[in-house]
Design a protein around this ligand. Structure first.
Ligand code: COS
Length: 379
C-alpha cells in the first residue's frame, strides 16, 4: 500500500539522488561509513523508515519499505545495513511486540538514528536451529541474570541496544522456553568482540556479543511475557526476510546497470560487446529475473499491508531474490570479462557482497523448509 503517491515519490527521488551523488561515489571508502554520510542519512529520516510516526519514524508501509530498499541498494548494500537493523531486526521486535513503555523509551531514539539497535539470536552452536539456543536468563527478583554468547551479530560494534533471545525456562530445550529482552550495551558484563573479517559487505560490521552475569531488568522482557521470544524473533524475521528480498532486487539492478554500461563501452571484434547476442542473452535473463523478484516482493508486501500472514511468501521472496542476485552478479562479472575480476571495478566488490544474502536471516535451505512446512500444513 502506498499511502500518498506524490509525497512518497519525493522520498524515492531524494534517495535516488543520495545514491547517485553521495553513496556510489563514496563506496570504496565503506570499510567504515563516513560520518558525514551517517549524518545525512539521519537527517533524511532513514533510520526510522519503518518505525511508527507516533514514535518519531516515517511509519512506511511494507510496500513503501520495499521500494525504498530497492532504491537505496543501487548503492553498496552496506549503507542500508547500518540503518537496516533499526528499521528491521534491531527495532522491529519492539515495534511488533513491545509494551507501550518500551516503545516510548526506545523507538524515538532508534528512529532518529541516535542509537543503533541490533538483533542477538545466533550463537556459536545454534544458527539455523535457532530454537536450540543456550544463552540463559535466570530470574532473580526484579532482574534476570544473563549468561551466554551470540555470534555474527550485525551492527554489534555500533549498537546501543540489543534485542536478545535467551532461554528463561532453563529446563526446556526448544523454542517454547525462549524470551526476548532489550539489553542496553553499557550493562556491566556485556562485551562486544572484535569486528569479524568477512568476505564482503566489509563496511557492515558483525561481532560476537558475550554476556557474563549481565543484569537485565524484568521490565525489559519484550511484551512483558516470558516464553514468547522465539515467536517475536520469527515475526521480526518475516518482515526482515521480505526486506532482504527487496535489498537483493536493488543490488541486482545495480549489478545489471554496471554490466550494461560496460557492455556498451567495451569493444571486441570491432564492435561493442552489447551487440553480441550471447552477451544480450545474459543481460536479458538478468532483467527478467529482476523483474520477477520485484513483482513477487511487491505482491507479498501488499499482502502484508492488508494484515495477512506472509511467512511463506516472505520465504519464497528471500529464497528467489537472494539466489537471483547471485546469478545476476555472476553474469555481470562474466560480461566484464577479466575486468570483472579486478578491484577497480565495482562488480568485483558487489559479487562478494551478494554471497551473504543466501545465508543470513535464514539460509536458502531454511526458506525451503519454511515453504514446504506451510505447503504440507495447508494440504
Ligand atoms: N510467526 C509467528 N510464530 C511463528 C513463526 C512465525 N513466522 N514461525 C514459527 N512460529 C511459532 C510456531 O507456530 C511455534 O509455536 P507453537 O509451538 O505455539 O505452535 C513456535 O514458533 C516454534 O516454531 P517451530 O516449531 O516451527 O520451530 P523450529 O524450532 O522447528 O524452527 C525454523 C523453525 C527452522 C524455521 C527457525 O528456527 C528458523 O527460522 N531458523 C533460522 C533462523 C535464522 O533465520 N537465523 C538467521 C539469523 S537472525 S539475522
Amino acid at each position: 500500500m502506498i499511502r500518498d503517491p506524490a509525497s512518497f515519490q519525493i522520498l524515492l527521488d531524494t534517495i535516488a539522488r543520495l545514491v547517485r551523488e553521495k553513496l556510489i561515489p563514496r563506496e570504496r571508502e565503506v570499510d567504515e561509513i563516513p560520518a558525514d554520510i551517517m549524518a545525512e542519512m539521519r537527517r533524511m529520516g532513514l533510520f526510522g523508515l519503518t518505525i511508527p510516526e507516533a514514535y518519531g519514524g516515517l511509519g512506511l508501509t511494507t510496500e513503501e519499505e520495499a521500494l525504498t530498499s530497492m532504491a537505496l541498494c543501487e548503492a553498496s548494500p552496506v549503507f542500508r545495513s547500518i540503518m537496516g537493523t533499526n528499521n528491521g531486526i534491531g527495532g522491529m521486535g519492539i515495534v511488533i511486540d513491545g509494551t507501550e513503555a518500551q516503545k516510548k523509551k526506545y523507538l524515538p531514539r532508534l528512529a532518529t538514528g541516535e542509537i543503533i539497535g541490533s538483533f542477538a539470536l545466533t550463537e556459536p552452536s545454534s544458527g539455523s536451529d535457532a530454537g536450540a539456543l543456550t544463552t540463559r536468563a535466570e530470574k532473580k527478583g526484579d532482574h534476570y541474570i544473563v549468561n551466554g554468547a551470540k555470534r555474527y551479530i550485525t551492527n554489534a560494534p555500533e549498537a546501543s541496544i540489543f534485542t536478545l533471545m535467551a532461554r528463561t525456562d532453563v529446563q526446556s530445550k526448544d523454542a517454547s522456553g525462549v524470551s526476548a529482552f532489550i539489553v542496553e550495551r553499557d550493562s556491566p558484563g556485556l562485551t562486544v568482540g572484535k569486528p569479524d573479517r568477512k568476505m564482503g559487505q566489509r563496511g557492515s560490521h558483525t561481532a560476537d556479543v558475550i554476556f557474563e552475569n549481565v543484569r537485565v531488568p524484568a521490565e525489559n522482557v519484550i511484551g512483558g511475557v516470558e516464553g514468547m521470544g522465539f515467536k517475536t524473533a520469527m515475526k521480526v524475521l518475516d518482515r526482515a526476510r521480505l526486506n532482504i528480498a527487496s535489498v537483493c532486487t536493488g543490488v541486482a539492478q545495480r549489478c545489471l546497470n554496471e554490466a550494461l554500461a560496460y557492455a556498451k563501452e567495451r569493444k571486441q571484434f570491432g564492435k561493442a560487446i552489447a551487440d553480441f547476442q550471447l552477451v544480450q542473452a545474459m543481460l536479458a535473463d538478468s532483467k527478467t529475473e529482476i523483474y520477477a523478484a520485484r513483482s513477487m516482493v511487491l505482491e507479498a508486501a501488499r499482502k502484508r499491508d492488508t494484515g495477512a500472514n506472509i511467512t511463506m511468501e516472505a520465504s519464497c521472496c528471500k529464497l528467489f531474490a537472494s539466489e537471483m542476485v547471485g546469478r545476476v552478479a555472476d553474469r555481470a562479472v562474466q560480461i566484464h570479462g577479466g575486468a570483472g575480476y579486478m578491484q577497480e571495478y565495482a562488480i568485483e566488490r558487489l559479487y562478494r557482497d551478494v554471497r551473504l544474502f543466501r545465508i543470513f536471516e535464514g539460509t536458502t535451505q531454511i526458506q525451503q523448509l519454511v515453504i514446504a512446512r506451510h505447503m504440507l500444513r495447508e494440504a
